[in-house]
Design a protein around this ligand. Structure first.
Ligand SMILES: Cc1cc2nc3c(=O)[nH]c(=O)nc-3n(C[C@H](O)[C@H](O)[C@H](O)COP(=O)(O)OP(=O)(O)OC[C@H]3O[C@@H](n4cnc5c(N)ncnc54)[C@H](O)[C@@H]3O)c2cc1C
Length: 335
């Protein structure tokens, strides 16, 4: 296994924050994962960094950062229209989605182009266009950091919720995901009811796995900044989930606010709409700003520091709370 000391993380986080880690461990195989976990370095707290697409570094990281570069996609035999595929946690999420499109496997095409590793996709329960990773996860193999033993988690044990899982809550910091087993369908099943996907497919001229992948990629490219040009971490805040009573009171004063069904007795609001309603879209302070087309996306125009981005985010949080009594929770991990 490789250890880089005083390592720059600038190219390893999509905000492009110019920070360093005391030690950066690059693990390329199951053996290296185990070797690291059995070493004295694993007895001190460390941070697992995927592709850094959901992290805001506000300062140098004093300690160890672990990054997986493990690879491997193993497809089982199809049975009754289903097939299981085991994927190394270090694989690039979109490479896996494209693998599925090429092999005619249905289930992840709506999650095209999300910047993520496969392991982090499970931690975050990534979602887009009406689908979430939890819809296709069968099991997860993860190392228990304290004992270096491996456990297989069933889907139920992963305790998935909106942009969350066991690995992000109760099990946070205690598990290193090694691989994920997905269950996909070999029979056509499309989910195109979200946004303008169906409309665009019509213009495309066909509904196929590849067409869905391409259409969703196209929409994403139009809507979201390319992180190679403009640093960001996607949606900075989660959509708030509030009680039915609070939602009714808010909508009485602001009938334009959309509300979506959430768990029983609760409604989900659009954080983007709340932020936009207060005039934040396109606003900029120095090199930090809210993206001009996406009120939920904070961007680094070049030389912003993590501290500046975080202060800007807190100003938005305070404004939304003052006006609507709702505390926006960051989706991004602030370190
Ligand atoms: C332009 C852009 C668009 C985006 N669009 C979406 C979207 O549509 N939907 C969506 O849900 N998200 C979206 N995101 C957010 C981001 O893509 C996801 O949160 C993604 O899962 C982050 O993956 P990562 O590999 O970069 O993880 P990181 O940000 O590096 O890490 C995320 C978390 O996972 C943990 N982790 C990583 N690997 C492991 C492992 N092997 N074992 C245990 N823990 C691990 C980390 O410690 C951290 O807590 C977007 C981000 C950007 C920049």
């Amino acid at each position: 296994m490789q250890c880089l000391e005083n390592a720059s993380l600038k190219a390893r986080n999509t905000f492009g924050m110019d920070v360093k880690a005391d030690r950066l461990w690059i693990l390329c195989s199951r053996e290296e994962e185990e070797e690291f976990l059995r070493s004295p370095w694993a007895k001190q707290p460390f941070f697992i960094l995927g592709s850094g697409a959901n992290v805001l570094f506000t300062k140098d990281f004093h300690g160890s950062v672990v990054h997986l570069e493990t690879q491997g996609i193993r497809m089982g035999a199809a049975r009754d229209g289903r097939v299981r595929v085991e994927v190394a946690a270090g694989e690039c999420w979109d490479d896996f989605v494209r693998f599925c499109v090429d092999k005619g496997l249905y289930g992840v095409e709506n999650l095209a182009l999300i910047p993520s590793q496969v392991g982090s996709a499970v931690v975050q329960n990534i979602g887009a266009y009406g689908r979430e990773v939890k819809d296709v996860v069968h099991a997860v193999k993860a190392w228990h950091v304290a004992t270096a033993e491996m456990k297989v988690f069933s889907k139920e044990e992963c305790d998935f919720a909106y942009r969350s899982s066991f690995f992000k809550t109760v099990g946070k910091g205690e598990w290193l995901i090694h691989s994920v087993e997905f269950e996909l369908s070999t029979e056509a099943a499309y989910h195109t009811g979200y946004g303008d996907v169906a409309e665009r497919l019509q213009a495309w001229g066909e509904t196929s796995l590849r067409a869905v992948y391409e259409v969703i990629s196209e929409i994403r490219r139009e809507k979201l900044p390319d992180v190679r040009e403009l640093g960001s971490a996607g949606s900075f805040f989660k959509n708030p989930v509030i009680s039915l009573e609070k939602c009714q009171a808010l909508q009485a004063a602001h009938p334009e606010f959309k509300a979506f069904p959430a768990s029983e007795g609760r409604k989900k609001l659009s954080a983007a709409q709340l932020i936009d309603s207060l005039g934040w879209k396109g606003r900029r302070s120095g090199d930090v700003g809210v993206h001009e087309r996406q009120a939920l996306v904070l961007v680094n125009y070049g030389r912003a520091t993590g501290g500046e981005v975080w202060r800007f985010a807190q100003a938005i949080q305070a404004d939304v709370q003052r006006h609507y009594g709702i505390l926006l929770e960051p989706e991004v991990i602030v370190l």
